[in-house]
Every structure is written in C-alpha cells, then in structure tokens.
Write a protein that binds this ligand. Structure first.
Ligand code: SF4
Length: 345
C-alpha cells in the first residue's frame, strides 16, 4: 500500500475512538515535524508518554546533585537537559550561579579525561536515562575499572521501559503504543510480545520519519479493527528481534533491576537499574536520592505523562508555565511533552 493510500484510509476512518501513545519524546517531536495530527481524523488521538528521563527524575535526586556541587573539591557532571530542572530548592543552573561546581557534558565518557587530569577533584556524574543511555554508563564503568579511576562516581536514576509500559497498560486506558525507537534498538522488538498478548493491545516498533509513524498508526488501527493484537516491528532497519545483545550484556554486567521512583507517577516495581553490589564503590549514594513528592501546585505533568491529557489541556500551559519559566519538569527538557508542544504550538 502506498503512503497516499495509508493517509487516505486513516483520514476516512470512522470507527471507535482510539488513543495511541507515543512513548518517547523524539516521536512527539517527529509527529509535530511531519504534521501527523492534521492527517488523522478526530477519532484517532495521539498522546505523549513518560519517555523523557529528565521529566521523571525525582527532585531529591537534583537536591543531592546540588548538595554535591556545593562541597569543596567536588564537581557535578551532567547532560545539559538536567541543568534547568528544579529540585526542591534549586536547579543545577541556579546552584552554579550560587557558586556550585557544575559542568555539562555531551557524553559521560568525557568525564574520564576530567577525572584523570584533575585527581584532586571528586566528580559526580548525574546518570539518568533509559536503556538507550545506560550502555554508555556501562562503558564508562568499564573504563574506570581499567584505569583505576577512583575520583569519579555515578549518582544513578536509570529507568527501564518495559515495566513502565506494563504499569501503563495495567492502570491507564490506552489502545495502542508506538514503541520507542531508540530504546528498542537496545532491548529489541521481541520484549513487547508478552505485553501485546497479556493486554490485548498493539505494540508497534516505530522509526522517526513521518511515513514510519503514519504506517505504524495505520498498523495499530488495522489490528484494533481486526481485534488481532500483536507486536509488529516496522523499524527493522535499526531494531532487531533480540536488540543489541552486546550493549544489553554490558548493562547487565554492572546493573541489576530495582524498583524506581518516577516523578509524577510514584514507584513502579522493577522499573529501575541500580549498580550491582560489587560496583557500589562507584555509586554516589543513589539509594538516598529519592523521596515521595508531589508536583508543584497546578502542574498536571502526571496526567500528561500518563497520557490522560495533552499538554495544552493543562491550565498553566503557556501562561504560568513556559520553557523560560517552567512550573513543572515536562516543560523544561527538550524531550518533555509540554516543552515540545510549546515549541510547536
Ligand atoms: Fe506541568 Fe507546565 Fe506541563 Fe502544565 S504545562 S503539566 S504545569 S509542565
């Protein structure tokens, strides 16, 4: 079937209402870029999910980083996206303005050279992310081991996607999923099969071009109409059935599953990765870097990341909450649903 035929079939769809979640922020951005919503009838609604790691990182984790940044002979290393998210008091940008030692890097591996060149400084890397980023932490740990680096530690808040999707299927009413492309490169496509079977929902592994996304939406609608639910990989150029076993193996060498706290959602069993006991010498106290918390008053990030509303349905969107003066975490990060919706409003 040609793309034009797919588009016209979707446009003329008149079946039941269908709610499809795009789990990762990169898909949300691609959907805007390709104007996908304008190609869909009112019955097919696209909603964003919890796939922005910075948005779901607990405030206590940021507080701990701020605390480290203020200590003598310490420096916090982080990705740029983490800089603007507020903890209970300050963001890392504010901590830096107050004299805290904070530096942002493009890759965790850059921290190796810093640690080697400045043995008098204790470096703390803010290790957040999903399965896409975690292999880099594994490589970092391997290099640290090899080089005997002891002045670099990781504060981890690493999350995994399958338990989060399980949680969403259990608790929320979502009819089908556009599975995250980058995460799927690592974890593979097969891991979605048990979810599709258990919850009788379509899970479609999707690339990032407009035509990939449109074809995946069509696949979801077709499965729902036929009442035949399964995992379908439409991103076979990058995602293999078993994923990237080498990268996954590297993750599992250093990390083990644990319960994880997702800001705005709460604790999701088995949805995190922590350093294994034998590597705890590289841990900067991650176990203490979370606490039950509520979002700022008036922020509806919980509803946004669980797909209950679109960001524009939050009364603060574009008023009290903008990227320049964000009320909630989903507006701050480049992968956060509210920030992406704001840029493309
Ligand atoms: Fe929270 Fe702002 Fe998004 Fe509303 S628009 S849900 S306040 S981040």
């Amino acid at each position: 079937m040609t793309l034009e035929q797919v588009r016209s079939k979707l446009k003329s769809y008149k079946g039941r209402n269908i709610k499809i979640m795009e789990v990762c922020g990169t898909h949300t951005a691609s959907i805007f870029k390709a104007g996908i919503r304008s190609m869909l009838p009112a019955e097919i609604k696209l909603i964003s999910g919890p796939g922005c790691p910075v948005c779901v990182t607990p405030s206590a984790f940021i507080d701990k980083l701020v605390e480290y940044s203020m200590k003598e002979n310490y420096q916090v290393l982080t990705f740029g996206d983490m800089m603007k998210v507020r903890g209970n008091k300050y963001s890392l940008t504010q901590a830096k303005a107050l004299g805290g030692q904070v530096r942002y890097l493009y890759s965790p591996l850059q921290s190796l050279a810093l640690a080697r060149e400045n043995p008098q400084i204790n470096y703390i890397f803010a290790a957040v992310g999903f399965e896409t980023t975690t292999p880099l932490y594994a490589i970092l740990l391997e290099e640290m081991e090899k080089a005997g680096i002891r002045n670099l530690k990781l504060l981890t808040s690493v999350k995994t996607m399958i338990p989060a999707l399980d949680f969403l299927c259990e608790k929320e009413e979502i009819d089908g999923f556009l599975c995250p492309g980058h995460v799927s490169v690592i974890i593979g496509s097969k891991v979605y099969e048990p979810l599709a079977k258990r919850y009788q929902k379509p899970f479609v592994v999707t690339g990032f071009e407009g035509e990939h996304i449109l074809a995946s939406i069509y696949e979801i609608v077709t499965q729902i109409e036929a009442k035949e639910y399964r995992m379908k990989n439409l991103y076979t150029s990058s995602v293999k059935e078993e994923g990237n076993q080498k990268a996954y193996g590297a993750i599992m060498k250093y990390f083990e599953p644990c319960d994880a706290y997702w800001r705005g959602i709460g604790t999701i069993p088995g949805s995190g990765l922590r350093l294994k006991e034998e590597f705890l010498k590289y841990d900067a106290g991650s176990e203490e870097a979370f606490a039950e918390e509520s979002l700022p008053k008036g922020c509806r990030c919980t509803d946004v990341i669980l797909g209950r509303i679109n960001p524009t349905e939050c009364p603060a969107f574009g008023k009290r909450c903008t990227p320049m003066d964000a009320l909630g975490p989903c507006m701050v990060s480049s992968e956060g649903a509210c920030g992406i919706w704001y840029k493309n409003r």
